[in-house]
Design a protein around this ligand. Structure first.
Ligand SMILES: COc1cc(C(=O)O)cc(C(=O)O)c1
Ligand SMILES: [Mn+2]
Length: 340
């Protein structure tokens, strides 16, 4: 039996859940308020999220989660503080709660070193303190990388204000997982109907937009060794990479886009890896492997938002070589997230 390491596994703590409940009842106009209200303020739920009972699954580690992992043969969950993380809170509250969540996560990983690894959180709206937390997470807490959820207050990672974060992550050899959250105020417009505001569509648009801004904005010229992980089969980018590359190159030639040292395709191949979370489609996975390279593709469940068993069946039934299976199910994760 091959080792199964699932790499986008959501988790939360009561203090963050309580703070999100306050956001749900507060004045925020963020698109995330729908989901946050549904999950953390279920008695005012208009989304159905309350009925899906995600909050219990998020806070649980040693109960249902671990017993299902045992039942379905999942060796390890790489835990992430679930979206939108601490990014809807003011910078001070966000900095404090990220550190608290990181300490709690480290305790879980210390108690179950063969079953749980974890990605630390930080407050992007306090970049210098975020850089310090990245150092603490990677040296003192010995976690496996960092996670952040898309935009913060509508600002994207091509903005140099965030670059102390990338400097610290690159120096600490910490991969940053860019997880989705609802679209920023300027992006959300027509995305707010038909339940398109989150996992169905806007999440992919939100992360994809951030990724392209980073690549086209030259982030990886400044931080050539920075490694970014995204979920959901690469947030549509692998399927559009030819057109993205062609049109950005043309724009650079006519002076419409800034010149970059490498092409969009090279940045995506060299500086990104992506997981299969929430896309249990064998054709899409085969294309992604063949197009982007097997060393860049990592299996994930997206628990508790995706049920565990179908995600395990998906990867166990996927037609691939032994070498591909080794890479997909644990080899790539061990390399990218420093898992022993
Ligand atoms: C933070 O809340 C989430 C909700 C869902 C959903 O299935 O509705 C999916 C994800 C996800 O794809 O990570 C996250
Ligand atoms: Mn997820």
């Amino acid at each position: 039996k091959t080792r199964l390491i699932a790499c986008e596994e959501a988790w939360s703590i009561p203090e963050v859940a309580e703070e999100l409940r306050k956001v749900a009842r507060g004045p925020s106009q963020s698109s995330d308020k729908l989901l946050v209200g549904g999950i953390y303020d279920a008695d005012h739920d208009t989304t159905g999220y309350g009925k899906m009972n995600f909050l219990e699954g998020l806070k649980d580690v040693e109960g249902q989660r671990l017993s299902q992992m045992d039942e379905y043969g999942v060796d390890m969950h790489l835990l992430t503080l679930t979206a939108p993380g601490v990014q809807m809170f003011d910078a001070d509250t966000a900095t404090e709660l990220a550190a608290l969540a990181n300490d709690r996560m480290a305790a879980i990983c210390a108690k179950y070193p063969r079953r749980f690894a974890g990605l630390g959180s930080f407050a992007p709206h306090s970049p210098k303190r975020a850089a310090k937390e990245i150092q603490r997470v990677m040296t003192d807490l010995k976690l496996n990388g960092m996670v952040v959820n898309g935009h913060t207050n509508g600002e994207y990672f091509d903005d140099p204000k965030f670059w102390p974060i990338f400097e610290a992550a690159e120096a600490m050899n910490a991969t940053i997982y860019i997880h989705p959250r609802g679209p920023s105020d300027t992006l959300k417009g027509p995305l707010m109907d038909y339940a398109m505001d989150s996992a169905m569509w806007a999440y992919g648009v939100e992360v994809g937009t951030n990724m392209l801004r980073m690549m086209a904005g030259g982030v990886f010229d400044h931080f050539p060794n920075l490694k970014i992980c995204v979920g959901h089969m690469g947030e549509m980018v692998p399927f559009f990479i030819w057109r993205i590359n062609f049109m950005n190159s043309r724009a650079q030639q006519v002076g419409r886009a800034p010149r970059t040292k490498r092409s969009m395709e090279e940045y995506f191949k060299d500086n990104f890896v992506f997981t299969t979370s929430g896309v249990e489609d064998p054709l899409a996975l085969r294309y992604a492997i063949d197009r982007m390279g097997i060393e860049n593709v990592i299996w994930a469940i997206d628990y508790p938002y995706q049920p565990m068993k179908p995600a395990v069946d998906f990867i166990e039934n996927f037609q691939c070589t032994d070498a591909e299976r080794h890479a997909l199910t644990h080899g790539n994760a061990e390399r990218v997230f420093h898992i022993a």
